[in-house]
Each structure stands twice: as C-alpha cells, then as structure tokens.
Design a protein around this ligand. Structure first.
Ligand code: FAD
Length: 385
C-alpha cells in the first residue's frame, strides 16, 4: 500500500497528496452499510477507516514520534478528519474522539503507557470514553463525587457513578475524573485515572437518546481496583487534565464537524425544491456556517502556533452549536416531509441528525454556560461572586 508524502512540509502539499490517496483508495474506505445505518455500523465503519489509514501511514501524521506518530503539525490530523467527513467516509463526531483523548494521554500519562496505548487508539484497535459528567455534576463539574481512595501503596479503589458517557458500551478504556480530596475541595481535590473498562466492578447501562440511538451511557463503579500507575498527572491535580481537553474539544473537533455540516448543506441544496423560501432559509444556514468556518480556521492556526487556547473557544462553541441547529432547522423547513413523515433511508438519516442537533447546545458545555464565560472572562461583565 502507498504511503503519505515524507516529509510533509506544508498543508497544501499534504491536502493534495491526501485527496489523491483517498481517490485511489475510495473502495477500501467506502461505507460498508447502507445509510443511515445503525450506531454499531458507524462505529465499525470508523474503526475500519482508522485501520486502513493507519496501515497506510496517514493516521500517525501530526502525532509525536514518542507515541508512534510521524510528527508534523497537529493540523494534519484535523485535515484528515475533515477530508473523511467531507467524503462521507466516517462520522466526524465519532472520529474526533481520538482528537479529544489522545492528547490527554500524551500530556499526562507515564510515557511508557502513552507509547503503548495511543497507537492502539489511532489504529482503531481500541475505543476510549470520557467519564466526566455525573448526575449532579455537569456544568458544575467541580462538584463531582465519584470517589477514588488509596488501598496500599500501589492501588486505588473507585466507587460512584458517571452519566452521559458517550460510547462507554463500546470502549476499552476510560479517562475518568474522580474525587480524591474532601467533598468541598472542588477543583483542588480531583484526580484523573485511565481505567480499563473490563475491570471487575464496572457496569455500563446505555441510555436511549431522542433519535432512538444509544450513544451514551450510565457507568457504575463498584469497588473498582485501579493500579496507581494509571493516574494521569498528579493526585488532586485532575482539574488540569480536564481543562487540557477543552482546547481539543472546541477546536480540532469543530473543524471536522464544520466539514461535515458543509457536506450536509450541499445535500440539502441538492434535495430542496426551488422557489418559496428555500433560498432565504438555506442562505441563513450558509452564512452561519461560513462565519463558523472562518472562526474555526483561525482557532486551528492559533492552536497549532501556540499550543494553547483559552476562554475564547467558548465563542467557537456558541457558533458551532448555533450553525448546527440552524442547518437542521433549515432541513425541517425546506423538506418538511423529509423530517416528519417520510420513511425512506435519506429521510431517516435527516431525522436522526435533526434530533441529534438538539444536543449541540448541551454537549461539550451548554450554551448558557459558554455565554457566561464570554460575558465574564472575555467581556469582563461582572463575576460569579
Ligand atoms: C450527546 C451528548 C454526549 C455527551 N457525552 C459526554 C461524555 O462522553 N462524557 C461526559 O462526561 N459527559 C458527556 N455529556 C454530558 C455533558 O457534558 C453535560 O450534559 C453538560 O455539561 C451539561 O451538564 P448537565 O447535563 O448536568 O446539565 P446542567 O449542568 O444540570 O444544566 C442544566 C441547565 O442549566 C443551565 N445552567 C447550569 N449552570 C448554569 C449557570 N451557571 N448559568 C446559567 N445556566 C446554567 C444549563 O445551561 C442547562 O440548560 C454529553 C452530553 C450530550 C448531550
């Protein structure tokens, strides 16, 4: 099998080589089930796509060599996700999970552990999940209660519950936030662990979403014993781990999502009847997507140049959620039968995505909370005190 260019010197060169390769290997990556497919189908497709891309050397680009990567700018890997999304070859939401969790292991795990597991994630051999939210700790994450207590010098025991854990039922590992300080210690008493999901005492209960899929789960921890060398970062310093994930959740992932939303907008334009309010409704969605893309592009470059992002990514989150919902609202308005009444496969896909888009203002931090951050931290319009 052919390999990507080496060295990869610039983005334009990379994009051209990538698209030429994708043209030549389209058959290997093409959807293996009829759209809309089930979540099982989409997970299988995503893992298959990662395997093919890993064997050809593409998945390793943009990741450090110490974890089996081939180096280069992190923008190479987001471009890869966006290219797949634009060609309908992998679900961008699922694909970008790698983007969220691999950097955490690279930055906070013991180096030997990161070198062992990150290639398994990149190659599709494993899937991981993010165990942060709890029944009483979502927006207010610092109030989480799932407890980890030391047992002897080399193990910890975890008891408690997580909720809304995406893909936990498919996952081999979990990046888990636990309470290790006293309950009132808030963000100063949290520790992050990297937990094997087949450890005795873990039970996973999928939750059905409004679109009928079981994408997220409740996860219960009942005397789960975890080795001390699975701590990410330092004891009681897990807040730094949680915060380090945000830049990736609000930058690279969004670039892939934007590519996908553009693709869906094109599909809408192809399917929409001429006349009526079509141009106005579709135009509104296009303008929002365009603004989002411009913003997200600047964010990708800032992350690649500086390695850090801050509260300003709350703006990206507001834009992506708003553009996402505006696009699917446009689908509902322009293709009313497609969303409400039609039972064909294309309509089923639109319906499922329309319903999922309602969650865009919740996952990764709700819009109300993002607007608070924008008001207080960027515009200096008062404080919580
Ligand atoms: C599709 C999906 C996938 C998810 N996947 C994961 C995952 O993999 N791992 C994980 O850990 N979590 C996941 N989550 C959970 C997500 O992070 C939380 O739902 C989110 O942070 C909100 O928390 P909550 O649901 O507890 O709502 P709450 O925090 O209870 O908020 C309820 C309402 O109150 C508002 N509110 C809360 N505080 C304030 C405030 N200070 N000011 C103004 N309004 C406020 C909120 O905006 C919201 O409207 C997922 C959620 C969804 C929808």
């Amino acid at each position: 099998m052919s390999s990507p260019p080496e060295p990869v010197t610039d983005l334009a060169h990379y994009r051209a080589a990538l698209h030429a390769w994708l043209d030549a290997h389209h058959e290997e990556l093409a959807l293996r089930s009829e759209p809309p497919g089930t979540l099982d189908d989409r997970i299988a497709q995503m893992q298959h796509a990662k395997r093919v891309l890993f064997e050809a050397g593409w998945m390793q680009l943009g990741w450090p060599e110490r974890v089996g990567g081939r180096g280069g700018s992190p923008m190479l890997r987001t471009e890869l996700g966006a290219a797949l999304a634009a060609r309908d070859l992998a679900d961008p939401g699922l694909f970008s999970l790698v983007e969220v969790l691999a950097p955490t292991l690279i930055d906070f795990a013991p180096p030997a552990l990161a070198a062992e597991v990150v290639p398994r994630l990149l190659s599709g051999a494993e899937l991981w999940c993010q165990g942060f939210s709890e029944p009483d700790a979502g927006s207010d994450l610092a109030s989480l209660r799932c407890r980890a207590a030391p047992r002897g010098a080399s193990t910890w025991v975890i008891n408690g519950q997580k909720v809304w854990t995406s893909l936990a039922q498919y996952s081999d590992r979990c990046v888990l936030l636990t309470r290790t300080g006293p309950p009132e210690s808030r963000h100063r008493g949290i520790t992050a662990f990297f937990v094997d999901m087949d450890t005795p005492g873990i039970s996973v209960r999928p939750i059905e979403m409004i679109n009928g899929e079981q994408e997220f789960c409740e996860v219960f921890f009942d005397d789960v014993v975890v080795p001390a060398d699975r701590i990410l970062g330092e004891v009681d310093r897990g807040w730094a781990v949680a915060m380090s994930i945000l830049p990736y959740e609000r930058s690279s992932c969004f670039w892939q999502r934007v590519a996908y939303l553009y693709r869906r907008l094109q599909r809408l334009v192809d399917a929409a009847p001429d006349g009526g309010r079509t141009a106005e409704v579709v135009g509104e969605a296009y303008v929002q997507l365009f603004a989002l893309r411009a913003r997200s592009r600047a964010t990708q470059h800032r992350l690649a140049d500086t390695g850090t992002l801050g509260a300003e990514t709350s703006i990206d989150k507001v834009l992506v959620a708003t553009a996402d919902q505006t696009l699917y609202d446009a689908v509902r308005r322009v293709l009313p039968e497609g969303i409400a009444l039609d039972d064909g496969a294309a309509a089923e896909a639109w319906r499922r995505e329309y319903l999922y888009s309602r969650a865009a203002t919740i996952y990764g931090g709700t819009l109300e909370v993002q607007r608070n951050i924008i008001a207080r931290r960027l515009l200096e319009l008062g404080s919580d005190e």
